[in-house]
Design a protein around this ligand. Structure first.
Ligand code: ATP
Ligand code: MG
Length: 222
């Protein structure tokens, strides 16, 4: 099983073929290092020359707090039903359809939503994907769920890698990240134990469906 970062780069490079754009998914529990792995892959692959890889986070499909209030689901923010999974699947399908090897003036940039960590809100139009981008790296908790619209998300992914980190370290990093973005230490620990852990257990149960398991040790950090 490849674990060295160079092997991950070679595997990602080989995904777009037959004149198609590829979408690589990175799944894993909250705080396991998905965003870090995606950022490092995109940085390394784009390092020489014209950017050809884009990073589209599943986090952009968080429902807004106002909608979670309307649904009565604000206290479970981060659970599978607090995302617009159907919208995410539709965007991934559009990303496959709108690739142009030689873009003309009428070919459009596809805009994906981003996620603002301080406000903890999605932001429309934050992530441009140019028509010539050949590889999209998308990452999030629920890429391997097979329930409801999540199955349609998986169907749009050429490969899914699963980010693995030992539990104590994952929890430590997650609490630290909540604190960094404004929660108090106790509030952060309580949120991780109560809300994030349920989500983490759901995600852990999908590990065996991944094409590749990536240990955190394989990921450098710039
Ligand atoms: N090698 C590392 N050493 C220490 N901390 C790290 C390392 N890699 C990532 N982190 C930190 O761990 C935290 C979680 O990493 P990251 O954001 O990549 O995980 P994630 O799986 O995307 O989390 P989430 O599911 O919450 O989006 C971040 O604060 C990040 O800076
Ligand atoms: Mg992340």
């Amino acid at each position: 099983m490849p674990t060295a970062f160079d092997e991950l780069l070679a595997r990602a490079r080989a995904l777009p073929r037959d004149g198609r754009r590829a979408v690589l998914g990175i799944a894993g529990s909250p705080g396991a290092g998905k965003s870090t792995l995606a950022e490092e892959l995109v940085r390394a692959l784009n390092a020489d020359g014209e950017p050809w890889v884009a990073h589209v986070p599943m986090d952009g499909f968080h429902l807004a707090d106002a909608e979670l209030d309307r649904l009565g689901r604000r206290d479970r923010k981060g659970a599978p039903d607090t995302f617009d999974a159907a919208g995410y699947a539709a965007l991934l399908r559009r990303l496959h359809e709108e690739y142009r090897e030689h873009p003309g003036p009428d070919d459009e940039t596809v805009y994906a939503p981003g996620f603002e960590r301080v406000l903890e809100q999605p932001v429309a139009g934050a992530v441009p994907v140019a028509p010539s981008v050949r590889l999209v790296v998308t990452e999030g908790n629920y890429l391997l769920l097979d329930t409801g619209p999540w199955a349609r998300v998986r169907a749009q992914l050429d490969e899914v890698w699963f980010c693995e980190l030992d539990e104590p370290e994952r929890v430590r990093r997650l609490v630290a990240r909540h604190v960094e973005f404004g929660k108090g230490e106790r509030e952060a620990a309580a949120w991780v134990a109560r809300t994030d852990q349920r989500n983490a257990d759901l995600v852990a149960a999908t590990r065996d469906r991944a094409d590749l398991v990536v240990p955190a040790t394989a990921v450098p950090r710039s």
